[in-house]
Design a protein around this ligand. Structure first.
Ligand SMILES: C[S@@+](CC[C@H](N)C(=O)[O-])C[C@H]1O[C@@H](n2cnc3c(N)ncnc32)[C@H](O)[C@@H]1O
Length: 197
């Protein structure tokens, strides 16, 4: 077995053993270990949450005093400790649903969105980045001062432009690729700490 396959297998097995719905949960865990995006008591908004691995991990990280909401176009089985809604994040009215659930601004917005891929890389990349701008629009309205965010990015010609866009909004922005993310995938994560506006 190649090293890459072994690693993929490792996270899939771990997810199965530990009751997480996706191996992606370990990407969030790892990002949190390095950057402390989510702490106990945090209110967390998870955009593009199906099947729910990040939502499960966010519930764990935020603990009993925290509150977690997940949104996806697809149906998501209930996640204990989280509120899930089936919506399109491109529709601005979701902001009202978010604010009515939390009752105040949130401490972290976590975005792991992927469009339905067409196989045409430049189209998929452009669509994925466009979804991130939609997330940022929501984030502008719902993230508390000094809050944190993370955006999955399909790396390509618009990635740096998006990074520059979010850079103006946070005290610190780092680009990273967690070990749990397949090496051959072109996804990266922009980790954003300390929301300023
Ligand atoms: C890679 S999956 C997320 C995996 C998730 N973080 C986990 O740990 O299980 C990406 C998700 O983005 C969702 N998505 C794509 N476009 C969306 C949109 N406009 N509104 C809501 N969700 C969307 C897809 O339905 C898909 O479930």
């Amino acid at each position: 077995m190649k090293l890459l396959d072994a690693r993929k297998d490792h996270y899939r097995r771990l997810a199965h053993e530990q009751g997480f719905r996706s191996r992606a949960a370990y990407k969030l865990k790892e990002l949190n270990q390095s950057y402390r995006l989510i702490g106990p008591g945090f209110y967390v908004l998870d955009l593009g949450c199906a099947p729910g691995g990040w939502t499960q991990m966010a519930v764990k990280l935020a603990g009993n005093q925290g509150k977690v909401m997940g949104i996806d176009l697809s149906f998501v089985e209930d996640v204990t400790g989280a509120h899930i809604i089936r919506e399109n994040i491109e529709d601005e009215h979701v902001i009202d649903e978010i604010m009515s659930y939390f009752g105040r601004k949130v401490n972290a917005v976590i975005c792991d969105l992927s469009p339905k891929v067409s196989g045409n890389w430049s189209v998929d990349h452009a669509k994925q980045i466009s979804l991130n701008y939609d997330c940022a629009k929501i984030m502008d309205k719902v993230l508390a001062h000094k809050g944190n965010a993370v955006f999955k990015v399909f790396d390509g010609k618009y990635s740096m432009e998006f990074k520059d866009y979010v850079k103006k909004k946070f005290a610190r922005v780092s680009m990273t690729k967690p070990k749990a993310s397949r090496k051959q995938s072109s996804e990266l994560y922009h980790v954003c700490l300390g929301f300023i506006r």
